[in-house]
Design a protein around this ligand. Structure first.
Ligand SMILES: C[S@@+](CC[C@H](N)C(=O)[O-])C[C@H]1O[C@@H](n2cnc3c(N)ncnc32)[C@H](O)[C@@H]1O
Length: 224
């Protein structure tokens, strides 16, 4: 399959570079990343090409685009993108391959609790509004289980904010989403931040992006 024949999202093509530019300012030179809801794989391949010290694990609830992710990674010559894995964020345990922090690195760790893979970045674009609301809690709780101590959960997409008038295009998009599926819809940023806090994460960065989207970064709440 040629790259030009691979399923492709025009929006991902437009927003991948602006997102990457912010990621460059947030991320260190090396790390392990998990992408949730990878879709066509356009984001993960673009990011991996420009962040050579990072390893990337794609995932999605739907495996119908896994071949496209594999093809895009192979055509870009990127063996730092691992084969995609099935992952529903609502699952109480995320079955993931990946780097496990050594138990001795954490003196508080219970030796009887199995270690879980830890990631320096968990990245999720354009899922929260195209999935039922409980996916937000699933994402936050899973990220809290799988983020490394100083890791970041980064989400991208449109959000509603009380203090900021919603762009007419986002209102129309929201109405269209709800018509397609009553469980979908653009989320209130305050509700998303509340789910994050319930899981032990805190909204730390909010960056306005083109086309009325936001790039958000959540990190573990400081102890105490
Ligand atoms: C609009 S696409 C976004 C794809 C890609 N992240 C992007 O920005 O181009 C939404 C993705 O969310 C995935 N998704 C929906 N519900 C999910 C869930 N419960 N767990 C994981 N992924 C989910 C869908 O399968 C789909 O690939």
């Amino acid at each position: 399959m040629m790259q030009s024949q691979l399923p492709s999202s025009p929006a991902s093509e437009r927003n991948k570079q602006p997102i990457l530019e912010v990621l460059h300012s947030w991320l260190g030179p090396t790390g392990q990343a998990l992408e949730i809801a990878s879709g066509t794989g356009q984001h993960i391949v673009h990011f991996a090409q420009s962040l050579p010290g990072w390893h990337w694990q794609p995932s999605d609830l739907d495996n119908s685009l896994f071949e496209a992710i594999r093809q895009r990674s192979a055509q870009a010559g990127l063996d730092r993108i691992f084969p995609p894995v099935l992952l529903d964020v609502r699952a109480p345990h995320w079955e993931l391959p990946g780097p496990v922090a050594p138990v001795e690195a954490d003196p508080q760790a219970d030796p009887d609790t199995p270690a879980v893979p830890q990631f320096d970045l968990i990245y999720c674009a354009n899922m929260l509004h195209i999935a039922p609301w409980e996916c937000c809690a699933g994402l936050m709780q899973g990220a809290a289980r799988h983020l490394a101590q100083d890791g970041l959960l980064v989400t991208y997409g449109p959000y509603l904010e009380d203090a900021i008038p919603t762009a007419p295009s986002n209102l129309a998009f929201d109405a269209d989403l709800r018509r397609r599926d009553p469980d979908w819809g653009i989320r209130q940023l305050a509700d998303v931040a509340r789910e994050a806090e319930a899981a032990g994460l805190q909204l730390q960065q909010r960056v306005t992006m083109p086309a009325n989207n936001l790039l958000l970064a959540f990190a573990r709440q400081a102890p105490g």
